[in-house]
Design a protein around this ligand. Structure first.
Ligand code: NA7
Length: 555
């Protein structure tokens, strides 16, 4: 048994660092902490590593960024050794990859599986966190790193009658490991976000009938997934350092491999001719995937520029759907493209050309209730089904944190701290919650950047902070109220320059009833984000209050 492995049972174990969540971020943090010789243990609710890629096992689940980009960069040997089998890895391959990483770097003995953290309370006397798992285990840790995921708290809409349903109900983000029998069954899918766009084509191939309930249509771009070309993989690996550098300089954290020669947008869409604009959109459409984020400099800022891209994609959608009435229902018309996450699809729109697929537009006829045999809509119809798939998304960014009973100074809960709207310093920490640090947290670029690369930077920032405190004989760090206010005002101001606040989306907290509306991601790009984090740490952590536990001070 490794020295730092947690004992089971009710005994309390003292740690320097508790890490919560065994996804890309938590595993990187654990690796860094162990390398520094810290007494660190990672707690994971699931029975295996993977985070997003452990829980999202629905048919068609796959990453929407190219795998050569969506991968760990802290180990050059790992970068070279791992051979991706597809342009966009599927869930199983990503899970295998993270299993490999876990064993390759000797992390497994330091992970406690099936250990969901349900409470974390700060002890002001001793400056540590008291954590409790669902099974009642007690852990005491000086630092608590929350790598709980940005899209990991499933959203279960409160639709009347859902407990009356006699068939099988399943949520995309909690898809059972043993799978769900879909062959020859009548399936209903509620939701048409990224997860639905991926699973709908796969379910349609198996189900006797598939009914899709759409509230808001999405913009989806063909992913053009394919087996990885070994020559392409080798040529990218030869230039990995440059690729990683380009990613970190980009707005969205990825550049798309086809565009390595000219990775960053140079022109504003409205500064070039209509022909040039169309040529650029054609080029990116042919490449496949999400590179449209990088097409022009002003797509997120100018409504006119945004409309030019939205109109282009609308026309492409119409070309893919045979029935013009269904096509119009699938074409988004009332929000700016890119202000809800763009989807990468494989045959999504063509699925609606199949005889066994029905689209129900909830704007025409809303769901009234779930009944024993299916879903009743306002037009009186019962959409019979055997399997009901909830593809209804997540309580994004904050949900994985504020569903835990986190209490900082004065027993104040994180839920209370955010009751008037999200408040953090750089998505890293909150005033009044010392020594608790978030990775890919709300208020950081996270979902609008490359979460893996962001986590790598944050793990480094955390390591430096903990070392800096130790070097000064201190054991407590938290941002000042002013630093938090300043960050929130800055993040709000940056967002106000974009079109994102004009759309109802999970980026703004709109998908969860009662959630205060505020931008949940930082849109200023990684270089500006890194500058803010470094500036916060400059001059002896000028944006933070540092301290020493009263108990040890008196000793
Ligand atoms: P998303 O993108 O949040 O999609 C959720 C979908 O579920 C979306 O179409 C919602 O419609 C729909 N929804 C949510 N609640 C309801 C109710 N009550 N009734 C009908 N429809 C509803 O989640 P995903 O899991 O697809 O993707 C999450 C992220 O993972 C994605 O952005 C990528 O970054 C990867 P709405 O648009 O709110 O009208």
């Amino acid at each position: 048994m490794a020295d730092d492995q947690m004992p089971r049972g009710s005994q309390c174990r003292e740690l320097e660092m508790a890490i919560v969540g065994a996804g890309f971020a938590g595993l990187q943090m654990l690796h860094r902490a162990l390398q520094s010789g810290r007494k660190a243990v990672l707690f994971e609710a699931g029975s295996g590593v993977g985070g997003t890629w452990y829980w999202n096992r629905y048919p068609g689940a796959r990453v929407d960024l190219e795998s050569l980009e969506y991968s760990l960069s802290f180990s050059k040997e790992l970068e070279q050794d791992w051979e991706w089998s597809e342009r966009y890895a599927g869930q199983a391959e990503l899970e295998r990859y993270l299993d490999h990483v876990t064993d390759r770097f000797g992390l497994r003995p330091h992970i406690r599986f099936d250990a969901r953290i349900v409470a974390a309370h700060f002890d002001e006397q001793h400056h540590h966190w008291d954590l409790r798992t669902q099974s009642g285990e007690h852990i005491r840790a000086k630092y608590c790193v929350m790598a709980t995921g940005l899209l990991s708290a499933p959203n279960r809409p409160d639709i009347a009658g859902r407990d009356d349903f006699n068939g099988v109900q399943v949520q995309t983000g909690l898809w059972p490991k043993q799978g769900v029998a879909l062959e020859g069954r009548r399936v209903c899918v509620i939701g048409t976000g990224s997860s639905a766009v991926q699973c709908i084509p796969e379910i349609a191939k198996l189900a006797s009938h598939l009914t899709v309930f759409q509230r808001t249509p999405v913009f989806a771009i063909p992913a053009h997934n394919r087996p990885m070309d070994p020559a392409e993989q080798a040529s990218i690996k030869a230039e990995y350092a440059r690729l990683r550098e380009l990613e970190m300089q980009s707005l969205a954290g990825f550049i798309s491999l086809k565009f390595m020669a000219d990775p960053h947008p140079k022109n504003a869409a409205m500064k070039v001719s209509a022909e040039e604009r169309k040529a650029e959109y054609d080029r990116r459409w042919a490449a496949g995937g999400l590179s449209f984020y990088n097409a022009f400099t002003d797509l997120l800022m100018s409504k006119e520029a945004n409309d030019s891209l939205a109109d282009y994609v609308r026309d492409r959608i119409r070309e893919r759907v045979k029935d013009p009435v269904i096509a119009e229902k699938l074409v988004p018309k009332d929000y700016a493209i890119l202000t809800k996450r763009l989807c990468a699809d494989t045959g999504y729109y063509e699925t609606y050309n199949r005889d066994n697929v029905t689209l129900v537009d909830l704007r025409e006829t809303a769901i009234v209730r779930i009944e024993a045999d299916g879903i009743r809509t306002a037009d009186g119809r019962l959409h019979a089904c055997d399997v009901l798939v909830w593809a209804t998304g997540f309580d994004a960014m904050t949900g994985a944190l504020d569903r835990i009973d986190i209490r900082g100074r004065d027993n104040r809960s994180i839920r209370d701290h955010w009751a008037g709207g999200l408040r953090t310093f750089a998505g890293l920490m909150c005033a009044g919650f010392p020594n608790m640090i978030f990775m890919n947290g709300p208020g950081s670029p996270s979902a609008f950047f490359a979460p893996i690369q962001l986590a790598e930077y944050q793990a480094d920032w955390i390591e430096r902070a903990v070392d800096a405190l130790a070097a000064r004989g201190l054991d407590c760090i938290e941002p000042t109220d002013e630093a938090e206010e300043e960050w929130v005002a800055h993040a709000d101001a940056v967002a106000a320059h974009t079109l994102l606040p004009s759309t109802r989306s999970w980026y703004m907290g709109d998908n969860i009833p009662g959630k205060p509306r505020r931008i949940l991601i930082y849109l200023g790009g990684f270089p500006a984000y890194r500058d803010a984090c470094e500036n916060g740490a400059a001059n002896g952590y000028q944006k933070f209050r540092l301290g020493r536990a009263p108990a040890s001070a008196g000793a």
